[in-house]
Design a protein around this ligand. Structure first.
Ligand code: SAM
Ligand code: SF4
Length: 326
Protein backbone atom coordinates (compact mmCIF):
# COMPACT_ATOMS: atom_id res chain seq x y z
CA UNK A 1 0.00 0.00 0.00
CA UNK A 2 1.19 3.55 -0.74
CA UNK A 3 1.05 5.71 2.38
CA UNK A 4 2.68 9.09 2.78
CA UNK A 5 4.20 10.54 5.93
CA UNK A 6 0.85 12.13 6.89
CA UNK A 7 -0.92 8.73 6.76
CA UNK A 8 -2.72 9.55 3.54
CA UNK A 9 -3.42 6.48 1.43
CA UNK A 10 -2.61 7.01 -2.24
CA UNK A 11 -5.03 5.12 -4.48
CA UNK A 12 -5.56 7.48 -7.41
CA UNK A 13 -3.28 8.30 -10.34
CA UNK A 14 -3.95 11.00 -12.92
CA UNK A 15 -2.17 10.26 -16.18
CA UNK A 16 -1.52 12.92 -18.82
CA UNK A 17 -1.08 10.97 -22.05
CA UNK A 18 -0.14 14.04 -24.11
CA UNK A 19 0.68 17.68 -23.55
CA UNK A 20 -0.76 18.60 -26.98
CA UNK A 21 -4.22 20.04 -27.36
CA UNK A 22 -6.61 21.15 -30.08
CA UNK A 23 -7.76 24.07 -27.91
CA UNK A 24 -5.81 26.95 -26.43
CA UNK A 25 -7.78 27.76 -23.30
CA UNK A 26 -6.57 31.17 -22.18
CA UNK A 27 -5.74 30.01 -18.63
CA UNK A 28 -4.02 26.78 -19.67
CA UNK A 29 -1.99 27.33 -22.83
CA UNK A 30 -0.42 30.17 -24.79
CA UNK A 31 -2.00 31.10 -28.13
CA UNK A 32 0.83 29.49 -30.09
CA UNK A 33 0.54 26.19 -28.18
CA UNK A 34 3.15 24.69 -25.92
CA UNK A 35 6.85 24.54 -26.64
CA UNK A 36 7.93 21.93 -29.16
CA UNK A 37 9.47 18.81 -27.63
CA UNK A 38 10.99 15.77 -29.30
CA UNK A 39 8.40 13.03 -29.67
CA UNK A 40 10.55 10.60 -27.69
CA UNK A 41 10.24 12.79 -24.61
CA UNK A 42 6.62 11.64 -24.29
CA UNK A 43 6.03 8.25 -22.67
CA UNK A 44 4.88 5.49 -24.98
CA UNK A 45 1.59 3.79 -24.07
CA UNK A 46 3.60 0.67 -23.19
CA UNK A 47 5.63 2.71 -20.69
CA UNK A 48 2.48 4.26 -19.22
CA UNK A 49 0.87 0.81 -18.85
CA UNK A 50 4.00 -0.51 -17.17
CA UNK A 51 3.87 2.30 -14.60
CA UNK A 52 0.15 1.78 -13.99
CA UNK A 53 0.66 -1.96 -13.45
CA UNK A 54 3.37 -1.23 -10.87
CA UNK A 55 1.16 1.36 -9.19
CA UNK A 56 -1.82 -1.03 -9.18
CA UNK A 57 0.26 -3.52 -7.22
CA UNK A 58 0.97 -0.70 -4.76
CA UNK A 59 -2.74 -0.04 -4.22
CA UNK A 60 -3.73 2.43 -6.92
CA UNK A 61 -7.30 1.59 -8.00
CA UNK A 62 -8.46 4.69 -9.82
CA UNK A 63 -7.00 6.07 -13.02
CA UNK A 64 -7.88 9.36 -14.68
CA UNK A 65 -6.75 9.62 -18.30
CA UNK A 66 -6.14 13.27 -19.12
CA UNK A 67 -3.83 15.58 -21.09
CA UNK A 68 -3.51 17.94 -23.03
CA UNK A 69 -6.34 16.47 -24.97
CA UNK A 70 -6.26 12.68 -24.52
CA UNK A 71 -8.54 11.96 -27.52
CA UNK A 72 -6.03 13.73 -29.76
CA UNK A 73 -3.35 11.11 -29.21
CA UNK A 74 -3.44 8.20 -31.63
CA UNK A 75 -3.76 4.98 -29.66
CA UNK A 76 -5.78 6.34 -26.73
CA UNK A 77 -8.66 3.97 -27.58
CA UNK A 78 -6.69 0.71 -27.41
CA UNK A 79 -4.90 2.13 -24.37
CA UNK A 80 -8.24 2.51 -22.57
CA UNK A 81 -9.07 -1.10 -23.33
CA UNK A 82 -5.66 -2.28 -22.05
CA UNK A 83 -6.22 -0.33 -18.87
CA UNK A 84 -9.45 -2.19 -18.25
CA UNK A 85 -7.52 -5.45 -18.31
CA UNK A 86 -5.12 -4.46 -15.53
CA UNK A 87 -6.03 -6.42 -12.42
CA UNK A 88 -6.80 -4.26 -9.37
CA UNK A 89 -7.69 -1.17 -11.41
CA UNK A 90 -11.34 -0.60 -10.50
CA UNK A 91 -12.25 2.72 -12.02
CA UNK A 92 -11.10 4.45 -15.19
CA UNK A 93 -12.26 7.90 -16.14
CA UNK A 94 -11.38 10.21 -19.00
CA UNK A 95 -11.23 14.00 -18.99
CA UNK A 96 -11.70 15.61 -22.38
CA UNK A 97 -12.58 18.94 -23.92
CA UNK A 98 -15.14 17.00 -25.99
CA UNK A 99 -14.07 18.29 -29.42
CA UNK A 100 -13.38 14.73 -30.65
CA UNK A 101 -16.00 13.04 -28.50
CA UNK A 102 -18.48 12.50 -31.37
CA UNK A 103 -15.79 10.78 -33.51
CA UNK A 104 -14.63 8.75 -30.55
CA UNK A 105 -18.16 7.49 -29.86
CA UNK A 106 -18.66 6.61 -33.53
CA UNK A 107 -15.47 4.51 -33.47
CA UNK A 108 -16.55 2.81 -30.28
CA UNK A 109 -19.99 2.02 -31.66
CA UNK A 110 -18.32 0.35 -34.66
CA UNK A 111 -15.47 -1.33 -32.81
CA UNK A 112 -15.94 -2.37 -29.25
CA UNK A 113 -17.61 -1.02 -26.12
CA UNK A 114 -14.54 -2.21 -24.20
CA UNK A 115 -12.87 1.05 -25.28
CA UNK A 116 -15.19 2.95 -22.95
CA UNK A 117 -14.06 4.18 -19.54
CA UNK A 118 -16.41 4.15 -16.52
CA UNK A 119 -16.89 7.87 -16.61
CA UNK A 120 -16.22 10.84 -18.86
CA UNK A 121 -15.63 14.39 -17.70
CA UNK A 122 -16.21 17.04 -20.32
CA UNK A 123 -14.55 20.39 -19.71
CA UNK A 124 -16.61 23.23 -21.09
CA UNK A 125 -16.45 26.73 -19.69
CA UNK A 126 -19.23 28.29 -21.76
CA UNK A 127 -22.28 27.25 -23.76
CA UNK A 128 -22.25 30.58 -25.58
CA UNK A 129 -20.41 30.40 -28.93
CA UNK A 130 -18.78 33.81 -28.62
CA UNK A 131 -17.52 33.30 -25.09
CA UNK A 132 -16.49 29.72 -25.90
CA UNK A 133 -14.35 31.03 -28.78
CA UNK A 134 -12.85 33.70 -26.57
CA UNK A 135 -11.90 31.21 -23.86
CA UNK A 136 -10.68 28.36 -26.06
CA UNK A 137 -9.40 30.47 -29.00
CA UNK A 138 -11.10 27.86 -31.21
CA UNK A 139 -13.46 28.92 -33.97
CA UNK A 140 -14.78 25.73 -35.48
CA UNK A 141 -17.31 24.30 -33.09
CA UNK A 142 -20.52 25.31 -31.44
CA UNK A 143 -20.24 24.26 -27.76
CA UNK A 144 -23.79 22.87 -28.02
CA UNK A 145 -22.42 20.25 -30.45
CA UNK A 146 -20.16 18.98 -27.66
CA UNK A 147 -23.06 18.91 -25.22
CA UNK A 148 -25.16 16.93 -27.69
CA UNK A 149 -22.97 13.87 -26.95
CA UNK A 150 -24.24 13.67 -23.37
CA UNK A 151 -27.36 11.66 -24.24
CA UNK A 152 -25.27 9.16 -26.17
CA UNK A 153 -22.94 8.69 -23.22
CA UNK A 154 -25.82 8.26 -20.78
CA UNK A 155 -27.39 5.61 -23.05
CA UNK A 156 -24.09 3.74 -22.86
CA UNK A 157 -24.27 3.92 -19.07
CA UNK A 158 -21.28 6.23 -18.80
CA UNK A 159 -21.24 8.62 -15.85
CA UNK A 160 -20.98 12.16 -17.18
CA UNK A 161 -19.51 15.15 -15.39
CA UNK A 162 -19.21 18.61 -16.87
CA UNK A 163 -16.29 20.70 -15.59
CA UNK A 164 -16.27 24.49 -15.69
CA UNK A 165 -13.64 26.90 -14.37
CA UNK A 166 -15.46 30.16 -13.53
CA UNK A 167 -13.29 33.23 -14.19
CA UNK A 168 -14.08 36.86 -13.30
CA UNK A 169 -15.28 38.96 -16.25
CA UNK A 170 -14.98 35.96 -18.57
CA UNK A 171 -17.72 33.40 -17.98
CA UNK A 172 -19.88 34.35 -14.97
CA UNK A 173 -22.86 34.36 -17.33
CA UNK A 174 -22.30 30.69 -18.11
CA UNK A 175 -22.74 29.34 -14.60
CA UNK A 176 -26.56 29.26 -14.68
CA UNK A 177 -26.92 27.79 -18.21
CA UNK A 178 -24.42 25.08 -17.32
CA UNK A 179 -26.26 24.17 -14.11
CA UNK A 180 -29.51 24.02 -16.13
CA UNK A 181 -28.08 21.03 -18.02
CA UNK A 182 -28.47 18.95 -14.86
CA UNK A 183 -32.16 19.77 -14.46
CA UNK A 184 -33.46 16.88 -16.55
CA UNK A 185 -30.31 14.83 -17.04
CA UNK A 186 -28.59 12.65 -14.50
CA UNK A 187 -25.22 14.35 -14.88
CA UNK A 188 -23.02 16.36 -12.56
CA UNK A 189 -21.95 19.93 -13.21
CA UNK A 190 -18.76 20.80 -11.38
CA UNK A 191 -17.17 24.17 -10.80
CA UNK A 192 -13.41 24.22 -10.26
CA UNK A 193 -11.64 27.22 -8.75
CA UNK A 194 -8.94 28.54 -11.03
CA UNK A 195 -5.47 27.75 -9.66
CA UNK A 196 -2.63 30.21 -10.29
CA UNK A 197 -0.47 27.99 -12.45
CA UNK A 198 1.46 29.55 -15.33
CA UNK A 199 -0.98 31.28 -17.76
CA UNK A 200 -3.83 31.18 -15.22
CA UNK A 201 -2.03 33.85 -13.20
CA UNK A 202 -3.35 36.43 -15.66
CA UNK A 203 -6.96 35.75 -14.61
CA UNK A 204 -9.03 36.08 -11.48
CA UNK A 205 -10.78 33.07 -9.98
CA UNK A 206 -14.39 33.18 -8.86
CA UNK A 207 -14.51 31.57 -5.40
CA UNK A 208 -16.72 28.49 -5.13
CA UNK A 209 -18.89 30.19 -2.49
CA UNK A 210 -19.73 32.99 -4.95
CA UNK A 211 -20.61 30.44 -7.63
CA UNK A 212 -22.80 28.56 -5.12
CA UNK A 213 -24.57 31.79 -4.05
CA UNK A 214 -25.37 32.59 -7.67
CA UNK A 215 -26.77 29.09 -8.23
CA UNK A 216 -28.93 29.29 -5.09
CA UNK A 217 -30.40 32.66 -6.17
CA UNK A 218 -31.71 31.03 -9.33
CA UNK A 219 -32.42 27.41 -8.42
CA UNK A 220 -32.95 27.29 -4.64
CA UNK A 221 -31.02 25.71 -1.81
CA UNK A 222 -28.03 23.47 -2.53
CA UNK A 223 -28.47 20.44 -0.29
CA UNK A 224 -25.32 18.41 0.52
CA UNK A 225 -25.44 15.06 -1.22
CA UNK A 226 -23.70 12.35 0.74
CA UNK A 227 -23.29 9.51 -1.74
CA UNK A 228 -19.82 9.39 -3.26
CA UNK A 229 -19.77 10.54 -6.87
CA UNK A 230 -16.04 10.33 -7.47
CA UNK A 231 -12.56 9.73 -6.13
CA UNK A 232 -11.55 13.29 -5.64
CA UNK A 233 -12.07 16.39 -3.54
CA UNK A 234 -15.35 17.60 -5.05
CA UNK A 235 -18.26 18.28 -2.69
CA UNK A 236 -21.63 17.47 -4.22
CA UNK A 237 -25.10 18.99 -3.80
CA UNK A 238 -28.59 18.42 -5.09
CA UNK A 239 -31.03 21.13 -6.13
CA UNK A 240 -34.83 21.09 -5.82
CA UNK A 241 -36.41 19.30 -8.79
CA UNK A 242 -33.06 18.43 -10.41
CA UNK A 243 -32.17 14.96 -11.76
CA UNK A 244 -28.45 15.72 -11.73
CA UNK A 245 -26.06 17.15 -9.16
CA UNK A 246 -23.78 20.14 -8.74
CA UNK A 247 -20.21 19.83 -7.43
CA UNK A 248 -17.57 22.24 -6.25
CA UNK A 249 -13.81 21.78 -6.25
CA UNK A 250 -12.42 24.64 -4.21
CA UNK A 251 -8.64 24.18 -3.97
CA UNK A 252 -7.99 27.86 -3.27
CA UNK A 253 -10.64 28.73 -0.69
CA UNK A 254 -11.24 25.35 1.00
CA UNK A 255 -7.95 23.48 1.00
CA UNK A 256 -8.64 19.73 0.84
CA UNK A 257 -4.99 18.63 0.83
CA UNK A 258 -5.24 16.75 4.11
CA UNK A 259 -7.34 14.11 2.38
CA UNK A 260 -5.34 14.07 -0.87
CA UNK A 261 -5.18 10.55 -2.29
CA UNK A 262 -3.50 11.21 -5.62
CA UNK A 263 -0.32 11.30 -7.64
CA UNK A 264 0.12 12.65 -11.16
CA UNK A 265 2.09 11.26 -14.06
CA UNK A 266 3.08 13.92 -16.58
CA UNK A 267 3.16 13.18 -20.29
CA UNK A 268 6.96 13.09 -20.03
CA UNK A 269 6.92 10.50 -17.29
CA UNK A 270 7.53 12.60 -14.20
CA UNK A 271 5.61 11.31 -11.20
CA UNK A 272 4.45 14.47 -9.47
CA UNK A 273 3.72 14.34 -5.76
CA UNK A 274 1.55 17.47 -5.78
CA UNK A 275 -0.09 19.64 -8.42
CA UNK A 276 2.00 22.55 -7.19
CA UNK A 277 5.78 22.50 -6.85
CA UNK A 278 8.21 20.12 -8.47
CA UNK A 279 8.71 17.22 -6.08
CA UNK A 280 8.61 13.79 -7.66
CA UNK A 281 10.40 11.10 -9.56
CA UNK A 282 11.63 10.84 -13.14
CA UNK A 283 10.12 7.47 -14.07
CA UNK A 284 10.93 7.86 -17.77
CA UNK A 285 14.63 8.04 -16.94
CA UNK A 286 14.38 5.00 -14.69
CA UNK A 287 12.50 2.94 -17.27
CA UNK A 288 14.83 3.91 -20.07
CA UNK A 289 17.84 3.00 -17.91
CA UNK A 290 16.34 -0.49 -17.57
CA UNK A 291 15.55 -0.21 -13.88
CA UNK A 292 13.46 -3.23 -12.81
CA UNK A 293 9.78 -3.12 -11.79
CA UNK A 294 10.64 -3.96 -8.19
CA UNK A 295 13.17 -1.14 -7.99
CA UNK A 296 10.67 1.32 -9.49
CA UNK A 297 8.08 0.09 -7.02
CA UNK A 298 10.51 0.67 -4.14
CA UNK A 299 11.45 4.14 -5.41
CA UNK A 300 7.76 5.13 -5.71
CA UNK A 301 7.03 3.89 -2.18
CA UNK A 302 9.97 5.94 -0.88
CA UNK A 303 9.26 9.14 -2.80
CA UNK A 304 5.62 9.16 -1.67
CA UNK A 305 6.90 9.85 1.86
CA UNK A 306 7.97 13.27 0.57
CA UNK A 307 4.46 14.22 -0.56
CA UNK A 308 3.89 17.71 0.90
CA UNK A 309 1.13 18.25 3.42
CA UNK A 310 -0.51 20.88 1.24
CA UNK A 311 -0.09 22.73 -2.01
CA UNK A 312 1.83 25.96 -2.28
CA UNK A 313 1.52 27.95 -5.45
CA UNK A 314 4.48 30.09 -4.33
CA UNK A 315 6.90 27.51 -5.75
CA UNK A 316 6.14 27.70 -9.43
CA UNK A 317 5.53 24.37 -11.13
CA UNK A 318 7.90 23.62 -14.00
CA UNK A 319 5.00 21.84 -15.68
CA UNK A 320 2.00 23.58 -17.25
CA UNK A 321 -1.52 22.21 -16.70
CA UNK A 322 -1.57 20.44 -20.06
CA UNK A 323 1.53 18.42 -19.11
CA UNK A 324 0.17 17.67 -15.65
CA UNK A 325 -3.40 16.98 -16.70
CA UNK A 326 -5.28 19.05 -14.13
N1 SAM B 1 -8.06 18.76 -22.27
C1 SAM B 1 -8.78 18.07 -21.28
C2 SAM B 1 -9.85 18.94 -20.67
O1 SAM B 1 -9.84 20.15 -20.90
O2 SAM B 1 -10.67 18.38 -19.96
C3 SAM B 1 -7.93 17.46 -20.16
C4 SAM B 1 -6.82 18.30 -19.60
S1 SAM B 1 -7.27 19.80 -18.78
C5 SAM B 1 -5.70 20.36 -18.20
C6 SAM B 1 -8.08 19.15 -17.31
C7 SAM B 1 -8.87 20.15 -16.52
O3 SAM B 1 -7.99 21.09 -15.91
C8 SAM B 1 -9.88 20.95 -17.32
O4 SAM B 1 -11.15 20.83 -16.69
C9 SAM B 1 -9.38 22.38 -17.20
O5 SAM B 1 -10.43 23.32 -17.20
C10 SAM B 1 -8.67 22.32 -15.86
N2 SAM B 1 -7.67 23.37 -15.66
C11 SAM B 1 -6.69 23.76 -16.50
N3 SAM B 1 -5.97 24.76 -15.95
C12 SAM B 1 -6.52 25.01 -14.73
C13 SAM B 1 -6.23 25.93 -13.67
N4 SAM B 1 -5.23 26.78 -13.73
N5 SAM B 1 -7.00 25.88 -12.57
C14 SAM B 1 -8.04 25.00 -12.46
N6 SAM B 1 -8.34 24.10 -13.42
C15 SAM B 1 -7.61 24.12 -14.54
FE1 SF4 C 1 -6.58 21.95 -23.81
FE2 SF4 C 1 -7.84 21.12 -21.62
FE3 SF4 C 1 -5.89 22.97 -21.47
FE4 SF4 C 1 -8.17 23.65 -22.60
S1 SF4 C 1 -7.90 23.02 -20.45
S2 SF4 C 1 -6.12 24.07 -23.44
S3 SF4 C 1 -8.80 21.79 -23.54
S4 SF4 C 1 -5.65 20.88 -22.06
Amino acid sequence: MLIDSYDRIINYLRVSVTDRCNLRCIYCMPQEGIEWKPHENILTFEEILRIIKIMAELGVKNIKVTGGEPLLRKGTLPFLKELKNIPKIENITLTTNGILLGEYLEKIEKLDYEFLPNGINISIDSLNSERYKKITRYENIDPLMIISNIERLLKLNIKVKINCVPIKSINEKDIIPLVSLAKDKNITIRFIELMPIKYAKNYKAIPGTDTAALIEQTFGILTPFSASLGNGPAIYYSLPGFSGKVGFINPMTQCFCKTCNRLRLTSEGFLKLCLSGNLGLDLRKMMRESVSDSEISKAVTEIVKQKPLSHSFKNQSLHGMSEIGG
